[in-house]
Design a binder for this molecule. Structure first.
Ligand code: BGP
Length: 475
């Protein structure tokens, strides 16, 4: 039996990288895996604009040893991955698939053998299709189905896995499903569903956390939140209102239940002003109170830069086509708030801001407002177009430049008392980027999707190894 107290015994920091099941595993119909919502969407929907899918992807399912060997040789000491619910319980509820359990046993055991602390997410966007057609996360029954699935995982892997995440990015996931409409089942500007989805996801998370604690699993469990550090454009007239609504919308409805065990006080007011309501029960307060997480996982890429809402129609701006589109990301919510454009900040080819200092501001603010016992940066990285030389080598200087700045700000926050003790670069290897396809690359390891999935560490892979070495040698 491994002990959580050993995780930080010889080291004060976890350095690793991350993946998610649908994005890298492939083997979508092998070893009795059930059909997933993303399998269905990518095979059937004309909204799959890039016409690619995760059927094979980086084939982590078969090549996991090769990947883990490379991560260990990079001197990483932890690895973040997710479990596909439909590999463990093909219909989402009911019969357990032993072959799925065995696959994750192999991955977990090999990570440990190679000195990589496994950090495991139970849900990273990939809903079993059978549950998707029952209303997905709008259906409250899923909160119990999820809790039962989580229990199966705790009982099978809890002796070895010491770091757990219930749900990856409930906010951003719900945003893409219900507002942008680019994730299945593709609802657009449906704020009612947006709030309800998140509410049920947080309830599901709290129920799983409670079971984890009741089972007395030795380890930590929490949610992974997409950082929505809100900054207000100085020309904004109604700063208070924009901040209240923006911070609720991007952070508080997730961070309050996750870390404080209750929905934020302003919930009713904000939800009413959005003309929405939450379908909730009195018992939920108790569920949230008993389902507080032990730590916070933070995926940190950028901030939310907001200004006053005008009376122009509500609209969302999203770019899934990279340089084939000129769209800058953001949202306009009539009379509430809208994303402001900061001409002084550079943007990547997908219209997202490149602003490494938000690592510092977000960490400081979260520590101050919620005082978590531990923060892990569970994602941070750079997505870009990349070309390799004839040997498959990629000189990804841009990734190195941005990451080193992000890490500078992380260490600055740590030196000022923020309890951040882990960093996972997104992503370990090139993989399927939701809707953006395979042109948008995030990996430290290049995957040649056109040539037998040949693997070649990039320049950033070697840079990261040296960075980790220097950190531990105190240089
Ligand atoms: C996060 C997700 C990841 C990953 C990353 C990059 O929101 O948790 O799964 O995909 O963002 O996003 P994208 O691939 O859409 O650029």
């Amino acid at each position: 039996m491994r002990k959580f107290s050993e995780v930080f015994k010889d080291k004060d920091f976890l350095w690793g990288s991350g993946t998610a099941a649908y994005q890298c595993e492939g083997a979508w119909d092998q070893e009795k895996k059930g059909l997933g919502e993303w399998d269905y969407f990518n095979h059937k929907s004309n909204l799959n604009i890039n016409h690619v899918n995760g059927d094979v992807s980086a084939d982590f399912f078969h090549k996991y040893k090769e990947y883990i060997d490379l991560l260990a040789a990079d001197h990483q000491n932890t690895f973040r991955f997710s479990i596909a619910w439909d590999r463990i319980i093909p219909n989402g509820v009911g019969e357990v698939n032993q072959e799925g359990i065995e696959f994750y046993n192999r991955v977990i055991n090999y990570c440990i053998e190679k000195g990589l602390e496994p950090n495991v997410s139970l849900f990273h966007y990939d809903l079993p299709y059978e549950l998707a057609i029952q209303g997905g996360w709008l259906n409250r029954k899923l909160t119990d189905y999820f809790a039962s699935y989580a229990e199966v995982c705790f009982k099978n892997f809890g002796d070895r896995v010491k770091i757990w995440c219930t749900i990856n990015e409930p906010r951003y996931y719900s945003y893409c499903v219900n507002i942008v409409g680019n994730y299945p089942p593709n609802r657009k500007l449906d704020f009612q569903s947006y709030f309800q989805y998140q509410y049920n996801l947080m309830l599901a998370s709290a129920k799983a956390v409670r079971i984890f604690h009741d089972l007395k699993i030795d380890g930590i469990i929490g949610i992974v939140h997409d950082n929505g550090n809100v900054e207000i454009d100085p020309t904004t007239k109604n700063i208070k209102k924009v901040h209240l609504f923006g911070d609720f919308f991007y952070n508080r409805q997730i961070l309050c239940p996750a870390l404080l065990g209750k929905m934020p006080e302003e919930t009713e007011k904000v939800i009413n002003d959005f003309n929405c309501m939450l379908y909730k029960k009195e018992i939920d307060q108790k569920i949230f109170a008993e389902g507080k997480g032990d730590y916070l996982g933070l995926n940190l890429y950028n901030r939310q830069y907001l200004t006053d809402g005008t009376d122009k129609e509500t609209k969302v701006f999203h770019n899934n086509k990279g340089c084939k589109s000129k769209i800058t990301e953001g949202i306009r919510i009539k009379n509430v708030f809208e994303t402001s454009f900061d001409p002084n900040v550079k943007r990547n080819k997908w219209g997202r801001e490149e602003l490494p200092r938000v690592m510092y501001t977000a960490l400081k603010e979260i520590q101050q407002s919620y005082n978590p016992n531990l923060i892990l940066i569970t994602e941070n990285g750079h997505g870009g177009y990349e070309t390799a030389d004839s040997k498959g080598f990629v000189k990804d200087d841009k990734r190195i430049e941005l990451t080193s700045k992000f890490l500078h700000y992380l260490l600055k926050a740590k030196s000022e008392g923020v309890k951040v003790h882990g960093y996972y670069h997104w992503s370990a290897m090139d993989l399927y980027s939701w809707i953006n396809g395979y042109d948008k690359r995030y990996g430290l390891i290049r995957v040649d999707f056109k040539n037998n999935l040949a693997l070649t560490p990039k320049k950033s892979y070697y840079w990261y190894r040296d960075f980790i070495d220097q950190y531990f040698s105190g240089a």
